[in-house]
Design a protein. Structure first.
Length: 94
């Protein structure tokens, strides 16, 4: 009987990339490759999921960005958030 690891990848989705997923935590402060139009360069991660919520630390503007796009745009971490806070709000898996 075939198991879950024996499944053939979906023809519609294509192959998965070989790089690991960027680990983001609530409260992380990241620097992106380009500055915000207000001149701010640091963003606070305030929502996790398929889309990531970011808040500009200079002007307070809130944006939602898809996880793959954010992973391409992150230049580095300014400071890391609290892992226990992220674990507390993470959805429970059956």
């Amino acid at each position: 009987m075939p198991g879950p690891s024996d499944r053939v990848p979906s023809a519609t989705l294509g192959p998965m990339s070989g790089h690991p997923v960027l680990e983001l935590l609530l409260g992380d402060v990241v620097r992106l490759r380009r500055r915000h139009p207000c001149g701010g360069e640091t963003w606070l991660v305030d929502r996790l999921g398929a889309d990531i919520g970011l808040r500009c630390e200079a002007c307070g503007r809130h944006v939602m960005i898809e996880r793959p796009a954010l992973e391409r745009r992150v230049a580095g971490f300014v400071r890391r958030g609290d892992p226990t806070l992220s674990a507390a709000v993470a959805p429970r898996r059956p």
